[in-house]
Design a protein around this ligand. Structure first.
Ligand code: NAD
Ligand code: MN
Length: 323
C-alpha cells in the first residue's frame, strides 16, 4: 500500500486538503495516510515549524500531499516548503496551466536560483546569492524536454542579457534541447510575462529558474482565472510532493469558501505519479464538468462553499460511474 505524508498546514491548507481527501476516497484510492503537524501554527505553539525527525519520517513515505503553509517575513523563520524541497531533492516543479485561454506547462527549477538560502540581512545592506549550476540546469532541462517531446515545443525563459547566472542556464538548456532533438526557442522573462497575457497560445512548455517560475506560474494562474484552480507536482528522483500553487490565504481562511480545485487536481497528479491514470482522469473530468456547469466558489464569482463544490465533484464522479 502506498504511504502518503499528509501536510494540511495553515490557513486554507486544511480546508482544501480535506476536499482532496474526500475526492481521493470517492475515486477508490486506498493509501496509508501519515499526518504531519508542521508549519507556522506549530511554530507559534512550540517554536519549531518542522524538525529533523519530521523530515526523516517524510522520507519513509512515498510522497507528500501538501496544503499550504504560512511563511511570515520574519528573519528567524525559514520556509518549511523550501526546506522539504531541498532535503528531499524535489528539483522539478511542474505547474500545468489550462483553461480556454491557455494551455501551458511551466517547469520550474526548484532547489537553487534565488532560493538557494545563501543570504545576509544587515541594516544597510542585504544580499541573496543566485546559484545556478550546470547539474541543476541540466536535470531540469531534461525533465522539460521529456515533457515537451510529447507536446509541441519548449521555451527557455531567462534573463541572460543581464544575469551571468542565466548565461549558464540558457546554454545548458539549449544543449539538452539539442540532444533531445525537440523544437525549442528562448525568451527573456519580462517579455515572457507580457506575452503570456497578450498571446498565451505561443507557449507550450516553459522551463525556467526558481523565482521566475514562481512568479510566472502565479501570473499564469491569473490567466486561468484563479490561483485556487492550479495544481503542481514537485518531483525528485525518489520522492514527490503534490500541492496547490496557492498559499494559506489568511484573508479567507476559516470561512469555508476556499476553492479546492488546485488541491483536488494536485491529488490527481499524485495518482498519475503512482501510475493510476484512469482514476486521475476521472477526477480531472469531474472537476471540468462541475466547473462547466457553473458550480463555483466565490473566487470565480460563484456562491458555493468549499464543501458544496466538493460534493458536486463527487456527484459528477458517481454519475460517470467512477465511484
Ligand atoms: P495566497 O496564495 O495565499 O493568496 C493570494 C490571494 O489569492 C488571496 O487573496 C487569497 O484569498 C487568494 N486565494 C489563494 N488561494 C485561494 C483559493 N484556493 N481559493 C480562493 N482564493 C484563493 O498568497 P499570499 O496571500 O501572498 O500568501 C499568504 C501566505 O501563504 C504567506 O504566508 C505566504 O508565505 C504563504 N504561501 C505559501 C505557499 C505554499 O505553502 N506553497 C505558497 C504561496 C504563499
Ligand atoms: Mn508561489
Amino acid at each position: 500500500m502506498k504511504k502518503i505524508a499528509l501536510v494540511p498546514g495553515d490557513g486554507i491548507g486544511p480546508e482544501v486538503i480535506s476536499s482532496a481527501l474526500r475526492v481521493l476516497n470517492a475515486a477508490g484510492f486506498d493509501g496509508e495516510l501519515v499526518e504531519f503537524d508542521i508549519g507556522y501554527g506549530r511554530w507559534r505553539r512550540d517554536g519549531k515549524a518542522i524538525t529533523d525527525d519530521d523530515i526523516e519520517r517524510m522520507k519513509d513515505c512515498d510522497c507528500i500531499l501538501f496544503g499550504a503553509i504560512t511563511t511570515p517575513p520574519d528573519p528567524g523563520y525559514r520556509s518549511v516548503l523550501i526546506r522539504i524541497r531541498k532535503e528531499l531533492d524535489l528539483y522539478a516543479n511542474i505547474r500545468p496551466l489550462r483553461s480556454s485561454r491557455i494551455d501551458v506547462i511551466i517547469v520550474r527549477e526548484n532547489t537553487e536560483g534565488l532560493y538557494s538560502g545563501l543570504e545576509m540581512l544587515g541594516d544597510e545592506e542585504a544580499r541573496t546569492v543566485r546559484v545556478i549550476t550546470r547539474k541543476g540546469s541540466q536535470r531540469i532541462a531534461e525533465v522539460a524536454c521529456r515533457i515537451a517531446s510529447e507536446r509541441k515545443h519548449l521555451t527557455i525563459i531567462h534573463k541572460a542579457n543581464v544575469l551571468k547566472s542565466d548565461v549558464l542556464f540558457l546554454k545548458t538548456c539549449r544543449e539538452v534541447a539539442e540532444r533531445y532533438g525537440i523544437r525549442y526557442d528562448d525568451m527573456l522573462v519580462d517579455a515572457a510575462a507580457y506575452n503570456m497575457v497578450i498571446r498565451p497560445e505561443m507557449f507550450d512548455v516553459m522551463v525556467t529558474t526558481n523565482l521566475f517560475g514562481d512568479i510566472l506560474s502565479d501570473e499564469g494562474a491569473g490567466i486561468v482565472g484563479s490561483l485556487g484552480l492550479c495544481a503542481s507536482a514537485n518531483l525528485g528522483d525518489r520522492w514527490a510532493l503534490f500541492e496547490p500553487i496557492h498559499g494559506s490565504a489568511p484573508d479567507i481562511a476559516g470561512n469555508g469558501i476556499a476553492n479546492p480545485v488546485g488541491a483536488i487536481r494536485s491529488a490527481a497528479m499524485m495518482l498519475e505519479w503512482f501510475g493510476e491514470m484512469e482514476r486521475a482522469q476521472s477526477i480531472h473530468q469531474a472537476v471540468d464538468r462541475t466547473l462547466s456547469k457553473g458550480v463555483k466558489t466565490p473566487d470565480l464569482g460563484g456562491l458555493c462553499t468549499t464543501s458544496e463544490f466538493t460534493d458536486a465533484v463527487i456527484d459528477e464522479m458517481r454519475r460517470a460511474g467512477a465511484c
